[in-house]
Design a binder for this molecule. Structure first.
Ligand SMILES: *Cc1c(COP(=O)(O)O)cnc(C)c1O
Length: 230
């Protein structure tokens, strides 16, 4: 099979699983945005995805993400998903449309400066971490959400989009996704537009759909595995 056939098959199979999970959950498929995570895969794969109708692609590293965004000349929305150093935020703000991994006010301020300098508006999601046992994990603890939400909402050039999480490895993801949904309901009581719930990867997107996810971030089940930076 050609690479295009491979990707088309992975996309169709994943799409079918998304549709089934939506039916089971009694949710419309239109509620959900599929972000295809292209990290470690070449720009040519991103072009194939665009030809197949994909609109949202995700990357987790700078400068890899920026290089691809510069190389691929298609009307895509670029989602940045990874840990982000403050000193790279300005560069990311020039090409990203959505940053899923905002976990501190300092990062929000740097993204805001970068977006303003580029004349752009950047949607930011707050990355929430439920694994208190591992201080190395990215994300803010639930108690930190209101202050960070204010930092994002009050910074010019940023839009507070909602919340994101990565379920801790090896745990049942469902309680974490349901916790994220409750936090999202609390957030939306104050900020009704912050309606994005970014949850669910190749291994757990069906549970995420059941728990109310609006954005799925799926790489491997569509593109297979390649390289080792994931
Ligand atoms: C790599 C990555 C994904 C996609 O994971 P897959 O298992 O390949 O579907 C989703 N979210 C984040 C934050 C990632 O880094």
């Amino acid at each position: 099979m050609s690479r295009r056939d491979d990707i088309a098959a992975g996309l169709a199979e994943t799409e079918q699983r998304i549709v089934s999970a939506c039916e089971t959950a009694g949710r419309p498929r239109d509620d959900i945005t599929l972000v295809v995570v292209t990290k470690t895969h070449p720009a040519s794969d991103v072009e194939i995805l665009a030809d197949l109708g994909v609109v949202d692609v995700g990357e987790n590293r700078h400068p890899e993400a920026g290089d691809k965004a510069a190389e691929v000349d298609r009307p895509l929305r670029w989602h940045f998903l990874g840990a982000l150093q403050t000193n790279k935020a300005g560069a990311v703000a020039r090409y990203a449309d959505v940053v899923h991994s905002v976990d501190r006010a300092k990062l929000a301020h740097s993204l805001a400066r970068g977006a303003e300098a580029a004349g752009r508006t950047l949607t930011c999601l707050i990355q929430v971490d439920f694994d208190a046992t591992d201080p190395g994990r990215a994300g803010v603890v639930p108690a930190g959400i209101p202050d960070l939400a204010s930092a994002i909402a009050d910074a010019g050039s940023l839009v507070l989009g909602g919340l994101m999480t990565v379920a801790p490895l090896g745990d049942d993801p469902t309680p974490h996704f349901e916790h994220l949904r409750r936090l999202s309901e609390e957030l939306r009581a104050d900020r009704p537009d912050a309606s994005i719930l970014s949850a669910g990867m190749s291994g757990d997107f069906e549970q995420a759909i059941a728990a109310g996810a609006t954005h799925l971030r799926i790489g491997r089940s569509i593109l297979g595995t390649r390289g080792s930076t994931g």
